[in-house]
Design a protein around this ligand. Structure first.
Ligand code: UDP
Length: 257
């Protein structure tokens, strides 16, 4: 954010470097249930970001001193693969990944019915395979689909999206160059059913009216992303139902012989 460059981020027609209008999202694709050995999983592509989320649990929290006798804890690990960015990233946690893991855990705790699973842990792993700005939003959006895929009881999904400012214009969903050379980035996450805000961060500077405009833009776009999340889960359940039907059919066939 705020790096100097001669790159024109918006052209004379008002279009951005990748041809998007100010209020246009990058293309988003989500697939649920991609990992056999996780309790729930999701793969998400958001522009050039590629993110995998896996959920394990609820299971007994370890080490024991982490256990809460009144509810489950949601533990998230956000990790960027060394090959996910053009300058190889040093493997392992750093300040940024610890921060992102914390804010994602806290956002998810707002929707997971943790009170149903005392002393347990619900573990969420987010692996960024390719990064191109907006990975915390991509990771959180994928993680909530993975939690639903795991059958973890939730009040709703969480949807995340960012908006910001480039060339004095408020725009939705910043890409890599816009993130590097832009003026502000505001990632947020909402619970669509209630409109609750469960994550709000800001990098850079915005006037009050610009901040409100950016938030409104990101919240409206979140409703589009919510539909993509639900669609991924519907497709997943259609596959699961088909597999279960096949199992019942073959069991009946076996019983006959
Ligand atoms: N990035 C990078 N190396 C790093 C961390 C980040 O190249 O060690 C890039 C990556 O493309 C990321 C972008 O910078 O998506 C923006 O990072 P930021 O901290 O704003 O988080 P994000 O926008 O991904 O949520």
């Amino acid at each position: 954010m705020g790096m100097k460059s001669d790159i024109k981020l918006i052209d004379k027609k008002g279009l951005r470097l990748d041809g998007r209008k100010p209020d246009e999202l990058r293309p988003i694709k989500i697939e649920a249930g991609v990992l056999k050995r996780a309790d729930g999983s999701a793969y998400l592509e958001w522009g050039k970001n590629k993110v995998l989320a896996a959920v394990y649990g609820p299971r007994e929290a370890h080490p024991r001193h982490l256990q809460d006798s009144s509810k489950a804890i949601v533990q998230c690990r956000y990790n960027m693969a060394p090959f996910s960015v053009s300058d190889r990233k040093r493997p392992g946690p750093d300040r940024r990944s610890v921060e992102i893991s914390k804010i994602i855990s806290e956002a998810l705790e707002n929707v997971v019915m943790t009170e149903l699973f005392p002393r347990s842990s619900i573990d969420v792993f987010i692996e960024v395979l390719e990064a191109n700005a907006g990975t915390r939003c991509a990771g959180l959006t994928a993680a909530s689909v993975a939690l639903a895929d795991a059958g973890v009881p939730m009040r709703d999904l969480v949807v995340a999206c960012a908006a910001g400012k480039i060339e004095d214009t408020v725009v939705l969903d910043l890409g890599k160059e816009e993130d590097n050379f832009g003026q502000a980035d505001v990632p947020l996450a909402i619970v669509p059913r209630t409109g609750e805000l469960v994550l709000l961060q800001m990098d850079g500077d915005l006037k009050q009216e610009e901040l409100f405009k950016a938030m409104e833009m990101a919240m409206n776009a979140s409703m589009q992303i919510y539909e993509i999340q639900k669609d991924a889960l519907r497709r997943r359940y259609a596959v699961v139902a088909e597999e279960e039907k096949d199992e019942i059919d073959s069991a009946q066939e076996e019983a006959k012989t």
